[in-house]
Design a binder for this molecule. Structure first.
Ligand SMILES: [Zn+2]
Length: 249
């Protein structure tokens, strides 16, 4: 096999590894986004529970405020009672007082009910908060593991990029240009010659082409249909045996 081809095969193998690592790296932020979205219902649950507690406190304060107002009224009525001249006026005053007392009792009952509800709401809010915290902790744990994995992958990428450059300088520049163009267009630039067909696009090669190939096996050939650089497998196997170790993801 042509030396250029042997190097290009290694290069292609290496670039596929680089792509795999790239995909692996891209998967992290995508997973993180999914996990973030999955946190939303628990956050909403907690928000609603806290809103219930706040509404409860606010209503209790309102009730207490109104009770104070009614007590003030009663106090005012009592202090005016000395000025009352007639029985009728006196009865009216007593009516006002008993009305205010009734209003106070109603609000005191409501406050008791609100306090009971508040206890329940606090329990639910605590449960919602714990559920959210647990979920956030799982996410944080995953994120830490992911950051470590990503750092390892990036290290491997740097290694592979360096090895890639080492390979590229060994290849004839016009062939390398061809390789780059086809790889950009088709994902991979090399195709194995299999039973007189291009192993990538599966098109059978013309007899004339095959004849030439057999007469001059030392030359580099391109598939006439897809433009890929053709090679016979036996020369390099496995194509690349560098110290690449891929993390699992
Ligand atoms: Zn082809």
């Amino acid at each position: 096999m042509d030396t250029n081809l042997a190097v290009l095969l290694q290069l292609q193998f290496l670039e596929q590894r680089i792509k795999q690592l790239h995909t692996q790296l891209a998967a992290g932020p995508a997973k993180q986004a999914v996990m973030e979205r999955e946190l939303a219902p628990a956050r909403e649950e907690l928000r609603q529970r806290q809103a219930t507690i706040e509404a409860n406190q606010s209503e209790r304060q309102q009730m207490e405020q109104q009770i104070q107002e009614f007590r003030q009224k009663i106090s005012n009525f009592r202090s005016h009672s000395a000025e009352v001249k007639t029985n009728q006026e006196y009865r009216a005053l007593l009516d006002e007082i008993s009305y205010a007392e009734r209003e106070i009792r109603q609000r005191e009952d409501r406050i008791l009910a609100l306090m009971e509800q508040s206890e329940e709401a606090e329990k639910q809010a605590l449960a919602a908060s714990e559920a959210l915290s647990a979920q956030e902790a799982r996410m944080k744990e995953w994120l830490q593991a992911w950051e470590q994995e990503a750092a390892e992958v990036q290290g491997q990428q740097e290694q592979l990029h360096a090895q890639r450059e080492q390979l590229r300088v060994q290849v004839d520049s016009s062939l390398l240009n061809r390789y780059d163009r086809v790889a950009k267009l088709r994902g991979n630039a090399l195709a194995e010659l299999e039973n007189e067909t291009c192993g990538a696009c599966r098109v059978r090669l013309r007899p004339q082409f095959l004849q030439e190939l057999s007469n001059h096996p030392e030359r580099v050939y391109f598939c006439e249909y897809c433009g890929r650089i053709l090679y016979h497998q036996p020369a390099v196997e496995p194509p690349f045996t560098g110290d690449i170790e891929l993390a699992h993801g």
